[in-house]
Design a protein around this ligand. Structure first.
Ligand SMILES: Cc1cc2nc3c(=O)[nH]c(=O)nc-3n(C[C@H](O)[C@H](O)[C@H](O)COP(=O)(O)OP(=O)(O)OC[C@H]3O[C@@H](n4cnc5c(N)ncnc54)[C@H](O)[C@@H]3O)c2cc1C
Ligand code: SF4
Length: 483
């Protein structure tokens, strides 16, 4: 026998809710449903209420739909209005986009509009913020970009090939699964839309599984009826440059990754600042010691290195940080690599190198110049962080190589990454170097012409300091002096 009291019936999780017993049956009123006949009252004539009423009515249920306003539709309703000039229009509660995957809504609309002719297809659904920024549904990548840090090869159980190949195979499998889900919902036909061209004009191949459908698949090319107007931020800026253009190699490399970001950072100079983390302070401290090492005329002992690292960490406010000991170890590991890497070489004072492009100038500032015991001169760029895969091939690297070839024939250009403990000799082929040189000239021409299109990327934009201001700029000329 249980001594516990019987639980009180509660309708839901709300402790204050009270359960009301249904009213006792009353004698039938005139017009009331006959015994066995079902009568349902649906409250609210929005999409949900109307769809419920429709589904019930189609199943033989008597339905009464109650709507408190004088018009059906709820938040998607619209009503005719007469404008000040006497013309008529429709006022709505807000712009509505019904996406193609709204299968149920489309099925409901088909009851009144079998070919869905009242829906207007649009190539995009731009969202424009009050401050001028815009989001686009058209820019969402159809093929997800490869992960910046793929799993190490061999760590994905059951996968064949490299981690990147496993990622691509997973993506292809997902596409095929999506196709079968769509197929299972199709009543008598399935229409697949696939772009055949990428935004850069290159061909975009169709998924290979489509070939397996053989003659069941009829292919048709569709030309968009309405091309999208150029986005406001893609339109040129009236830039009046006083004198010649002059940029550093790193600045022009930023133009390559996103011309719009270059515009905010180096033309408007409103790039913004990120909140500095302890790790960023650690890198600043290492940079300070690296500079001291490069400019020192005397050999650096281990004791010197430790003392200057301690001073630099303290200078960055890390003296009392909880991870000070770990930061110190990290900093010393980077710096010891640098010392070992330049041992036995003779250092020369680094000088700024200039590249001329029809009167415009790119300045390359190497961090150090070393002459190795074998007589080879190495002109080096030293970074405290890790190497990005694109870094040895971007226009910044090409500018370093071109400047080195011009100033020190026979010398090598090196990228040093202290976090990796690695040194890379830049090795762009003649063809690659010519391509990058043409690009540098084109970028300078584009900057002078005021072309700063946004390179929107779901991966890089959220980390961009200009994210919240990226968008349209006010009309009118912008006057600037760079050199
Ligand atoms: C500006 C705006 C833009 C939107 N854009 C999109 C979009 O692009 N894509 C998208 O998918 N969705 C969009 N939505 C959301 C979409 O409009 C709603 O999700 C949808 O219309 C909700 O339908 P509903 O039937 O659930 O509710 P509602 O449309 O709110 O309907 C409820 C109805 O019940 C009635 N009612 C309430 N109480 C009572 C009562 N006591 N007695 C009788 N009647 C009552 C109300 O008058 C109303 O007609 C947008 C909404 C807004 C406001
Ligand atoms: S938010 Fe994106 S598109 Fe805009 S400037 Fe930054 S990186 Fe470029």
């Amino acid at each position: 026998m249980s001594l516990r009291p019987a639980p009180r019936l509660r309708p839901g999780l709300d402790r204050r809710a009270v359960f009301h017993a249904p009213p006792a049956p009353r004698p039938a009123r005139p017009g009331a449903p006959a015994p066995g006949e079902r009568h349902v009252v649906v409250v609210g004539g929005g999409i949900a209420g109307m769809t419920s009423a429709l589904a019930l009515a189609e199943r033989g249920v008597r339905v009464t739909l109650l709507e408190r306003t004088d018009r059906l539709g709820g938040r998607v309703r619209s009503w005719p209005v007469t404008l000040a000039d006497g013309s008529t229009s429709h006022m709505g509660r807000g712009f509505h986009a019904f996406f193609r995957q709204y299968y149920n809504l489309r099925a409901v609309l088909r009851r009144a509009d079998p070919a869905l002719e009242r829906l207007r297809p649009l190539a995009d659904y731009p969202l424009v913020r009050a401050g001028g920024g815009a989001d686009s549904f058209a820019g969402i990548p159809r093929t997800p970009p490869a992960p910046p840090c793929p799993a190490p090869d061999g760590m994905i159980a059951g996968a064949e090939g490299s981690a990147l190949e496993a990622f691509r195979a997973g993506q292809a499998e997902e596409q095929e699964c999506l196709f079968y889900v769509a197929q299972s919902r199709a009543r008598d036909r399935l229409i697949l839309y696939a772009p055949t061209e990428k935004s850069n004009g290159h061909n975009r191949p169709l998924s290979p599984f489509l070939d397996r459908l053989g003659t069941n698949l009829t292919r048709r090319s569709v030309v968009p009826a309405r091309p999208l107007p150029t986005a406001a931020e893609a339109q040129g800026i009236e830039l009046i440059v006083d004198g010649r253009l002059q940029f550093g190699a790193a600045q022009i490399a930023l133009y390559e990754s996103c011309p719009r970001r270059f515009f905010y950072t180096h033309v408007l100079q409103v790039g913004g600042r990120r909140t500095a983390t302890a790790f960023m302070h650690l890198h600043e401290a290492v940079r300070a010691v690296v500079e001291g090492v490069i400019t020192s005329d005397c050999p650096i002992t281990e004791r010197d290195l430790e003392d200057s690292t301690d001073a630099a960490l303290a200078g960055q406010g890390l003296a009392d940080h909880g991870y000070r000991a770990e930061f110190r170890d990290l900093a010393l590991a980077m710096l010891r690599f640098l010392l070992a890497n330049r041992a036995e070489a003779v250092a020369e004072a680094p000088v700024a190198l200039s590249l001329n492009f029809g009167g415009e100038e790119i300045i390359v500032r190497p961090d150090e110049v070393l002459v190795r015991p074998d007589g080879v001169r190495a002109v080096r760029r030293i970074r405290t962080g890790h190497r990005r895969s694109a870094e040895s091939k971007d226009v910044g690297a090409a500018a370093l190589m071109l400047a080195v070839q011009q100033a020190f024939p026979g010398a090598v250009a090196e990228l040093v990454h202290l976090s990796d403990g690695e040194t890379h000799v830049l090795a762009l082929s003649d063809r690659e170097l010519k391509g990058r040189k043409d690009k540098l000239a084109k970028f300078l021409g584009d900057i002078r012409a005021g072309r700063f299109p946004a390179e929107v990327s779901s991966r890089t934009c959220p980390n961009c300091p200009a994210f919240f201001i990226c968008g349209q700029t006010p009309d009118g000329p912008l006057q600037k002096k760079f050199a």
